[in-house]
Design a protein around this ligand. Structure first.
Ligand code: FAD
Length: 435
């Protein structure tokens, strides 16, 4: 058997490596760098287009559980991510270029994988995994639309800016992790503190800043988890102070007090030369980003390594089009994987690619419902809804516990994680004995 995979992103690269690991030959089609998307900036596989964080690494958070499951499943991209870590508190953040280069080495190191630098404009013959992501090229989305007889769905996503560390005014900004009063250069976050007056001035300019307009015929629909900072500000003057700019757990070493609000920056590369504005995805125009974000105390002279931007995201109506193995109900040689199925997020896309590789390679038994991997398969294939929308992994997607443990939400999550890891272990022994 030979499988064509469209897209060497997070899902496509993981699927290719899983298939090759099962002895299946793969043609992996990637259109970059010849044809770029609106968000990717390199020709490398598995490019992280916005944040360099793969979110929490703690088990009582669903993304932390999903990552642990992927490690136990032998996910290649998870291994690559773990090897390219940069400090980020309880989260797993990576040096994005090193991550992509590690994945590239893995792909090129596999004899059964042929990487083809070509844009796919029609659905290939034979067995196919379409993992072209939320920014799948237009000819391909048209071909998918023709095949499924339905219009693709979409929403909007935004990217946060990245700042050159040398341009940060360290007389104002300070290193500190939340709830760790010590701080110092070893802390993972850089904080820019606001007085009340500075905060309200900033919010006023942010709300009034010129935004990139969407095309008239497209309604602007945002994904809740990736709301542009100015859209959050529109919802109320204090929304940011209770959201991405919350000051809790941070003490400004100069005043020994909590500031009115704080903008946090997280390390973008291992060298620590570039830092991204956490939660500051934006659709302000480039000149407005420079003007407004330089109002942030400590960033008066900020040099922008990358400016924020906003993009249309395409996904299919998974539950109405896909069977329980992510194949088209009307043509089971075609499987979909990654964000194009309506799951959302880096780690979720890696998990979806892992599943696509395993399912295409022929595993029989599906992952149990109580695992995070099971939730990633179930969401785009079996969700019952009239209004299908993308979702990150979260504990709401898991079946409830039969018996609730004492100790509140955290104890419940830990019990769910324990149950998941036990079920996963059983499932992994079953599928390894299927071979
Ligand atoms: C602007 C933006 C910001 C995002 N920010 C975050 C974030 O901060 N955190 C997070 O967890 N998730 C984020 N996401 C969501 C999502 O997790 C990522 O987009 C993720 O990369 C999706 O993985 P994927 O493998 O499905 O698609 P991708 O990683 O995008 O891979 C798809 C690949 O297919 C290629 N391709 C497309 N069309 C064709 C074609 N016709 N022929 C050949 N190749 C093709 C593309 O070049 C790309 O390499 C963001 C998404 C967008 C669009």
């Amino acid at each position: 058997m030979k499988v064509s995979i469209v897209g060497a992103g997070l899902a496509g690269s993981e699927a290719a490596l899983q298939l090759a690991g099962s002895g299946v030959e793969v043609d992996l089609f990637e259109m970059r760098p010849g044809t770029m998307t609106a968000a990717h900036t390199t020709g490398l596989p598995a490019e992280l287009v916005c944040s360099n964080s793969l979110r929490s690494d703690l088990l009582h958070n669903a993304p932390g559980l999903l990552k642990e499951e992927l490690r136990r499943c032998g996910s290649f991209l998870m291994k690559a991510a773990d090897s390219c870590r940069v400090p980020a508190g309880g989260a797993l953040a990576v040096d994005r270029e090193e991550f992509s280069r590690t994945v590239q080495k893995m792909l090129y190191g596999q004899e059964l994988i042929t990487v083809r630098e070509e844009e796919v404009t029609e659905i290939p013959e034979g067995k196919v995994i379409i993992a072209a992501g939320p920014l799948a090229s237009r000819p391909l989305t048209d071909a998918i639309g023709e095949l499924t007889g339905s219009e693709s769905l979409y929403f909007y996503d935004a990217i946060a800016p990245v700042i050159d560390f040398e341009s940060v005014n360290m007389n104002l900004a300070f290193f500190q992790n939340r709830y760790e009063t010590e701080g110092g250069a070893d802390a993972d976050y850089l904080n820019c503190p606001f007085t009340e007056e500075e905060y309200y001035n900033f919010v006023r300019e942010l709300k009034g800043g010129k935004r990139v307009s969407t095309r008239d015929f497209e309604k602007e629909i945002h994904f809740q988890g990736c709301m542009p900072v100015e859209v959050i500000a529109d919802s109320g003057d204090m929304s940011l102070a209770f959201g991405p700019m919350k000051p809790v757990g941070l003490i400004d070493p100069r005043t020994q007090a909590r500031s009115f609000a704080v903008v946090q920056l997280r390390m973008e590369n291992k060298a620590g030369t570039a830092w991204n504005l956490v939660g500051f995805q934006t659709k302000l125009t480039y000149p407005e980003q420079k003007r407004v974000f330089r109002m942030i105390p400590g960033l008066e002279n900020a040099e922008f390594v990358r400016l924020g931007s906003m993009h249309r995201n395409t996904f299919i109506n998974g539950p109405s089009l896909l069977d329980e193995r992510m194949r088209l109900k009307t043509d089971d040689r075609i499987m979909f994987a990654g964000q194009i199925t309506g799951i959302e997020g880096y780690i979720e896309s890696i998990a979806s690619g892992y599943l696509a590789g395993k399912l295409m390679a022929g595993i029989d038994v599906l992952p149990p419902d109580e695992t995070a991997i099971g939730a990633i398969l179930r969401y785009p294939t079996r969700t019952v809804t009239d209004n299908y929308q993308p979702s990150n992994i979260n504990y709401g997607l898991f079946p409830p516990l039969k018996k609730k443990p004492r100790g509140g939400r955290r104890a419940r999550r830990e019990a769910q994680a324990e149950r998941a890891l036990e079920s996963l272990g059983n499932w992994l022994s079953v599928i390894s004995s299927e071979k």
